[in-house]
Design a protein around this ligand. Structure first.
Ligand code: PLP
Length: 464
């Protein structure tokens, strides 16, 4: 058995606090797991060359923060559940283990974010600068967060400077901010014919006219975009080039280049939603890479880290940044600094990458279950996506299927939810696989869907 020994070299600060931080980091990066036993206090003091008192103080502090639990006569054990009782799920990641199976919500799998949060809160307590998270922050204060955001966006394939980053309260806020800053009532917003549903509501509230642009098997069709620009004189496009919801299509690099050329020809501003981009191990560069001078690139922590963080990152060329920042100030003054700090720490210390890798592999496993269970059906899915898209056989109308599935305890959404022109919505449903508590529940829900597909549909009498 290897003995856990923190490396405290070159770290400033009191030794006891460094030991606590090292325990928190070990939990966050997975090198310390639940039930690992730490060395005795005397042994650790000897190995680190510090006093017994220092280690005693560190262990006591780590117990207080929920990193450790002491068992009299048995030693000191790691507790990855953090400050919550071990069997209590983190509130933001609570997923029912019984009751209806919910394939309607496109959220990440509950996983290791709780332990990461416990560790981050623990190491935050050890800093002396807590008060700075309680004040309005200056642009200067936000530089660290913008640096972390730029590093994160870099991993998504876009090399950016932190000066070009605007922090938002999640990606949805980023979308609202972009529309507020760039558009005026009566303007036309081009979008895929089916799109992220809240964009439809936002456009309605802001008095924008949504205009659908046809997609083909490769995503948004360049000729259709060109025609829409000519007929509507639109100046803004909202699109989801990577793991489009609901269809799951990811545009190739060539397709992105073609869309960028059309955007340049018509002086179109592009609002690119990239909330799912982190899932693809081999993703094409963002559309913003091909049209950097006119693209507002939006991503967030909800799918990749945890939805309750409410952290979003927006990257935009200089010409838009002033009005984007003004729209952030207008709508929320600033994102909560504490939440931005947690996301920044996760990006800096590798926790974010670890949480992403977990989402990717969990999504991959759940998609494999779907491929097996729905074999022979005409579905679209990416092996690493959260959702899949299921066009229904001719004997089923989407809404009747949704009602029938719900009666059997499985919630789904139909194409109508996403369609800009609801009358043109195809008979198809979207199934989100990541939100459910376990792979077993995913398999169970998919078996219900597979069975329903075989039934006579709303043309028959078996829908009970
Ligand atoms: C396509 C898409 N864009 C944006 C968002 C908003 O994300 P956030 O929770 O970061 O506001 C979502 C969340 O469901 C989404 O599915």
């Amino acid at each position: 058995m290897t003995i856990w020994l923190p490396n405290l070299a070159d770290r400033p600060g009191p030794k006891y606090r460094l030991i606590v931080e090292a325990i928190g980091e070990g939990i966050a990066n997975g090198s310390l797991t639940d039930r690992d036993r730490l060395p005795t206090q005397r042994d650790l003091a000897f190995r680190l060359g510090v006093s017994l008192n220092t280690v005693s103080r560190a262990y006591a502090e780590a117990v207080k923060r929920g990193f450790l639990r002491g068992e009299v006569g048995r030693g000191t054990y790691v507790r990855t559940g953090g400050p919550l009782p071990a069997d209590e799920p983190a509130a933001h990641m609570t997923r029912p283990k019984d009751g209806p199976i919910d394939f309607s919500l496109n959220l990440p799998a509950a996983g290791q974010a709780q332990a990461a949060l416990a560790a981050a809160l623990g190491s935050l307590q050890a800093t002396t600068a807590l008060a700075s998270y309680l004040d309005y922050q200056t642009d200067g204060d936000q530089v660290r967060h913008a640096n972390a955001a730029a590093a994160w966006i870099g991993q998504l394939g876009l090399n950016v400077s932190s000066d070009d980053v605007v922090l938002t309260v999640g990606a949805q806020h980023g979308l609202m901010v972009a529309m507020l800053a760039l558009m005026r009532p009566g303007d036309v917003l081009l979008t895929e014919p089916m799109s992220y549903a809240p964009v439809k509501a936002m456009a309605r509230h802001l008095g924008l006219k949504l205009h659908p642009v046809a997609m083909d098997a490769g995503g948004l069709a360049p000729e259709a975009l060109d025609a829409a620009c000519r007929t509507t004189a639109a100046k803004t496009l909202y699109c989801l080039p990577t793991l489009h919801t609901p269809t799951t299509i990811t545009m190739t690099a060539d397709r992105r280049q073609e869309i960028a050329v059309v955007a340049q020809t018509h002086d179109l501003t592009v609002i690119e939603d990239d909330v799912f981009g982190f899932l693809l191990p081999d993703r094409p560069p963002p559309l913003a890479h091909f049209a950097p001078e006119r693209t507002v690139f939006i991503t967030g922590a909800s799918k990749s880290l945890a939805p309750g963080l409410r952290v979003g990152y927006l990257h935009a060329p200089n010409q838009y940044r002033r009005s984007l920042r003004a729209a952030v100030n207008l709508t929320c003054w600033m994102p909560p600094p504490l939440m931005a700090e947690i996301a920044s720490r996760w990006i800096e210390d590798g926790t974010a990458q670890r949480l992403n890798a977990f989402q990717r592999s969990e999504a991959n496993a759940r998609q494999a279950i779907a491929r097996r269970t729905l074999q022979g059906h005409d579905l679209s899915a990416d092996p690493f996506g959260f959702h899949l898209w299921l066009p229904l056989p001719p004997h089923w109308r989407a809404d009747a299927f949704r009602v029938a599935a719900e009666r059997r305890g499985v919630k789904v959404l139909t194409a109508e939810t996403f369609a800009v022109d609801q009358a043109a919505a195809p008979q198809a449903i979207r199934l989100c696989l990541s939100h459910e508590a376990t792979q077993e529940r995913v398999a169970e829900g998919l078996a219900v869907i597979a069975a329903l597909l075989q039934e006579p549909g709303d043309a028959g009498v078996l829908v009970v």
